[in-house]
Write a protein that binds this ligand. Sequence first.
Ligand SMILES: Nc1nc2c(c(=O)[nH]1)N[C@H]1C(S)=C(S)[C@@H](COP(=O)(O)OP(=O)(O)OC[C@H]3O[C@@H](n4cnc5c(=O)[nH]c(N)nc54)[C@H](O)[C@@H]3O)O[C@H]1N2
Ligand SMILES: Nc1nc2c(c(=O)[nH]1)N[C@H]1C(S)=C(S)[C@@H](COP(=O)(O)OP(=O)(O)OC[C@H]3O[C@@H](n4cnc5c(=O)[nH]c(N)nc54)[C@H](O)[C@@H]3O)O[C@H]1N2
Ligand code: SF4
Ligand SMILES: [Mo]
Length: 764
Amino acid sequence: MSASPIDKANTPEEFTSIKITEPAKNSGGFKALKSAITHASKYMKPADAIKISTKINQKGGFDCPGCAWPDPDDERSSLGEYCENGMKAMSEEMQNITIGTEFFAKHSVEALAKLSDFEIGKSGRLSEPMFLAEGASHYQPISWEAAFKKVGSHLNALDHPDEAVFYTSGRTTNEAAFLYQLFVREFGTANLPDCSNMCHEASGKALSETLGIGKGSVTLDDLYKAELVMVIGQNPGTNHPRMLTALEKCKKNGGKIIAINPLPEAGLIKFTNPQNPIKLLTGGTKIADVFVPININGDVAFVKALLLKLLEKEELEGHVFDKDFINAHTSGYDAFISDLKQFNFDACLTSSGVSKTTFDDVFDLVLNNKKIIICWAMGLTQHENAVDNIRELVNLLLLKGSIGKEGAGTCPVRGHSNVQGDRTVGIWEAAPQAFLDKIENKYGFKPTTKHGYSVIDAIKAMYEKKAKVFFGLGGNFISAVPDTNYSAQALANCNLTVHVSTKLNRSHLVTGKEALILPCLGRAEKDYQKTGIQTQSVENSMGIVSSTKGFLKPCSDKLLSEVAVVCNIAHATIKERSKINWLQYKDDYNLVRDDIQEVVEGFQDYNKRLKTPSGFYLPNGARVRQFKTKTGKANFTLNKLPEWKLKNNELVMMTIRSHDQFNTTIYGLNDRYRGVFNERRIIFMNKEDMKEQNLKEQQIVNLKSEYNGTLRVANNFKVIGYDIPKRCCATYFPETNVLVPLDSFAHTAKTPASKSVKITLEKV
Ligand SMILES: Nc1nc2c(c(=O)[nH]1)N[C@H]1C(S)=C(S)[C@@H](COP(=O)(O)OP(=O)(O)OC[C@H]3O[C@@H](n4cnc5c(=O)[nH]c(N)nc54)[C@H](O)[C@@H]3O)O[C@H]1N2
Ligand SMILES: Nc1nc2c(c(=O)[nH]1)N[C@H]1C(S)=C(S)[C@@H](COP(=O)(O)OP(=O)(O)OC[C@H]3O[C@@H](n4cnc5c(=O)[nH]c(N)nc54)[C@H](O)[C@@H]3O)O[C@H]1N2
Ligand code: SF4
Ligand SMILES: [Mo]
């Protein structure tokens, strides 16, 4: 019997020979340097590796396709402006093997699905378009022309444009993303789910409502000048390594750092800058002045405890709150204060899981500093009350007047290198009316005003056969989304699934009746078009738009750029009825930017300003205390305490990243900082919980999650005793996505709650 979509969607359950050491107490250093070099020399051509290390993140070079951390405006290190994980990202993208006709003739889809994600990723770079016919066991080559036609005819055969789903992952550049959403809207739908729906959607929702802009307010310079930086629900040592350089600089200037996290992540504790030869010899910088080992989802409770003590002090002594700021710039203060008074300090602190001594240390720093920055990532956004998590932090910043001034503000640290830019240029299933009006003015067609599907809605629609074509511009949908088994069936129900990709991934193997793989250029590759080599642009986590230009020879001459793929598909689908000359854009990307500047705010003189070596800042109201909210002010909000009722033996599980992965791309099998080597099927647990449940080190267990009467199971995980609060545990994604219920998501933002999954363990 052939494998079901569910079999193909899940990672194999076999173990890979685990080795455990003590968790690291320091991040970066020689080992980071060594790891970068090992990955580069193992998977890349040596000449490419050298070229890459001189161009990555340099002015006029190309933007690292890793995370969205910004590059310094001024000085860039001549030793290389990149981190270990940036080099791993490049080694993966510029692999020295390519795969095409021969590879796919040799390996059936079913056989490929039996490989681990690590093995799938290391197959090589996709080098030509491939097609999987209905009922076929193997992909076969297809010409670009025929592939475009196939997409066009499937899309045109739908009863309504809303029967198609157009997903985007956050690596797509501004130029490709703008054209893509324009095509989707002219085709007639707003079904534009993107990885942001699973990532910082809750930040966008909370910040728009409270501060009038869905992005962070600080710049790198603010981080250097902050008196206090709180890093909450984020693991920068692994996921934004160069952020540690900024934190180090902040400390050097006298700033203090608080890290709030259930895990004592190595990067939060100590850091040795691998680009600093002196630091390499003399040891690292202590990062966190206070480390707060919080319960999973204990953040609102902890912040409320802080707010209550601040209020107490304000009422006793005054001068704790920034009254001038509150009076001039905020709305909802009285209601907020009377709501706050309903909460009890002790109950909040107990619920957060934090000791009174640690609380007091944090309280002193918050009380005595006026320039506060709060940084956060997935530890706050992937919960059912994620929006509340962030709104409560904004309340704290507003009371302290810590917004819109030097060294203070919000810093949601973004994931993918251009996830923020994609949203700015229109990848949004719920785009604002003003944006749609501008599209109508410029192009003469009326985009639908109906909101489209977000990721969760798209999965449901495909499952219920309301959506029949899935198109993915980048990403690895099946491995990134929650509820793997349900989602696999959803994709299998489609008539056609299409992926524009650089590398093979599991989503190419869990297909609709027919499937296409369309291979595209990577960031570092030269993008030759009729008018010469093209430059593209991206926006980083701090709202700076800068150029990126490939410089290596493409790994195959059959690759197209994402821009060219989008133009050709638009041409093949809506040519006759289109108001737009689609093919002109692929010849000259300056034309795309000319259009963007007419439609998107803040991009005036786009082509000219993109030539500025370090790029340009987009306007940011919160940065200058212009809050574009409904009230015209910064809004206080009222937030509830989440209720956690755990039954006997139930644990709360967070699904996190190891040090050797980029989302669903598995670079290797080690999690060096946490001391786990050569194994991903593990669960980090509190040692007392292990004792209570009679579990030994490395004992094998199955994980079970029961949600609204449905049981979900993930088999074969090894228990590792770890420094994590009681009743909390951690596993890696995507292995445990099968346990994340589709219906458990952040209220209003619909981000899957993949950091708060209730599970029980079953001994094998
Ligand atoms: N090398 C590398 N870099 C990456 C990525 C990658 O996979 N690999 N992914 C990129 C992307 S798309 C993103 S979004 C970012 C993700 O960056 P992160 O958000 O740092 O990634 P996670 O591994 O999900 O880590 C979440 C952190 O939050 C903590 N945490 C979990 N639950 C809670 C909670 O309830 N409260 C608090 N206070 N903390 C909690 C966890 O212990 C963990 O340290 O990184 C980007 N950069
Ligand atoms: N349980 C759980 N699930 C999660 C998360 C979690 O913390 N826990 N995190 C969520 C988050 S924050 C995110 S952002 C999503 C990520 O979701 P996605 O963005 O969908 O996943 P990625 O793994 O980043 O996508 C990797 C694939 O993108 C393709 N690719 C790489 N570079 C390029 C390029 O330049 N162009 C094109 N066209 N393709 C390219 C490659 O084929 C590669 O296999 O996952 C989410 N899922
Ligand atoms: S911090 Fe992020 S963007 Fe910078 S080099 Fe590392 S992975 Fe690339
Ligand atoms: Mo993300």
